[in-house]
Design a protein around this ligand. Structure first.
Ligand SMILES: Nc1ncnc2c1ncn2[C@@H]1O[C@H](COP(=O)(O)OP(=O)(O)OP(=O)(O)O)[C@@H](O)[C@H]1O
Ligand SMILES: [Mg+2]
Length: 268
C-alpha cells in the first residue's frame, strides 16, 4: 500500500496527466452556497497505463474524470496534459459513458465507427474509413453484427461497439465512466478481459482512466488504483497493482481486493 502524497509528484518522462491540487465545486440550487465534489486532489496518470479511480457513490469520480476531459472547469488547482493546462475537450481525449446513448441509433455497428473515424480524419476516403472501421469491428469480435443497428444488440455488444469506436479514433487518453456498470456479472467480466485485450492489441499506446465503484473490476483492470473518499472528494490512497490483468482468483489479486474493501469501509 502506498501512502498518499500531499503534493503532486510528477515525472515529465512518464506522466501524461497531472492533477495538481485540484478542487471542483458546484453551486447549490437557489444560491445556497456550493457543493464540493473534489477537494485538493493531486495525482499523476502515467503514459500508457490503465489508471482506475475507485470510490463510493457521490465521492466525485465522474466529476474528476469529466474535468480531465475538459468538459467542466476546475475551481482551483490545475489539470495538465503534456504539461499544458486542460481548457476544453479535444479529440485526443474520448469519454465513454455507462449508458449506451452514445451510439447513433440510425447507424449500424460499422456505421457508428465510420462516423467517428470520418470526423477524426476528414480527409480519409470513404473506402479508407470503412477499412479502418472494419478492423476495429473485428478486433472486438463484432464482425457478424457489423450491419446490425444498436437496438438489435445485447448490452455487451453495444458496449463492445462503443469501445471499438473509442479505440478507432486513436485517442491518447480514453476516459471511461463505469462503462460496464449496466452489465450482468458474466458480461462484465468478459468486457474487462476484452478491454485488457484491446488495450494490449493497440501496443499499450492508449492511456486509460477508468472509473468504477467495483473493487474486483478495479483490480482486474488497473495498473494503479486511486481510492477516493466521500470526505468529500478526497484522494484516500494510491495503490500499485502488480496483479493487473491476471485472473481475478489470483492470490495477490484477492489480497488487494480485501485491502481496497477495507479502505472503502473506513471513511477517514
Ligand atoms: N452538475 C452538478 N451540480 C451540482 N452538484 C453536482 C453536479 N455534478 C455532481 N454534483 C455533486 O458532486 C458530488 C460528486 O458527484 P459525482 O457525480 O462526481 O460522484 P460519483 O463518484 O461519480 O458518484 P456515482 O458513483 O454515483 O456516479 C455529488 O455530491 C453530486 O451531487
Ligand atoms: Mg459517477
Amino acid at each position: 500500500m502506498v501512502a498518499v502524497p500531499s503534493r503532486v509528484q510528477s515525472d515529465p518522462r512518464s506522466d501524461l496527466v497531472e492533477i495538481d491540487r485540484v478542487s471542483i465545486a458546484f453551486p447549490r440550487s437557489r444560491g445556497r452556497g456550493t457543493v464540493v465534489a473534489v477537494q485538493d486532489v493531486s495525482v499523476s496518470i502515467r503514459r500508457g497505463e490503465k489508471f482506475v479511480i475507485l470510490g463510493p457513490s457521490g465521492c466525485g469520480k465522474s466529476t474528476l474524470l469529466t474535468a480531465i476531459g475538459g468538459f467542466i472547469p476546475v475551481t482551483s488547482g490545475e489539470i495538465r496534459v503534456h504539461g499544458k493546462p486542460v481548457k476544453a475537450p479535444t479529440m485526443n481525449r474520448v469519454l465513454v459513458f455507462q449508458d449506451f446513448g452514445q451510439l447513433l441509433p440510425w447507424r449500424t455497428v460499422l456505421g457508428n465507427i465510420e462516423w467517428a473515424v470520418a470526423r477524426r480524419w476528414p480527409r480519409y476516403s470513404s473506402a479508407e474509413c470503412k477499412a479502418r472501421s472494419m478492423q476495429y469491428v473485428e478486433l472486438v469480435g463484432l464482425g457478424p453484427q457489423a450491419e446490425q443497428y444498436p437496438n438489435t444488440l445485447s448490452g455487451g455488444q453495444k458496449q463492445r461497439c462503443a469501445i471499438a469506436r473509442a479505440f478507432a479514433v486513436e485517442p491518447e487518453i480514453l476516459l471511461m465512466d463505469e462503462p460496464f456498470g449496466a452489465l450482468d456479472a458474466i458480461n462484465r467480466e468478459r468486457m474487462q478481459f476484452e478491454l485488457n485485450r484491446v488495450w494490449a492489441a493497440e501496443s499499450e499506446r492508449v492511456t486509460i482512466a477508468f472509473v468504477t465503484h467495483d473493487v474486483n473490476e478495479a483490480v482486474h483492470l488497473g495498473h494503479r488504483v486511486m481510492v477516493m473518499s466521500r470526505g468529500p472528494g478526497r484522494l484516500r490512497a494510491l495503490v500499485d497493482n502488480p496483479s493487473v490483468g491476471r485472473p481475478p482468483h489470483d492470490g495477490a489479486a484477492l489480497k488487494l481486493v480485501d485491502e481496497l474493501r477495507e479502505l472503502l469501509k473506513d471513511p477517514s
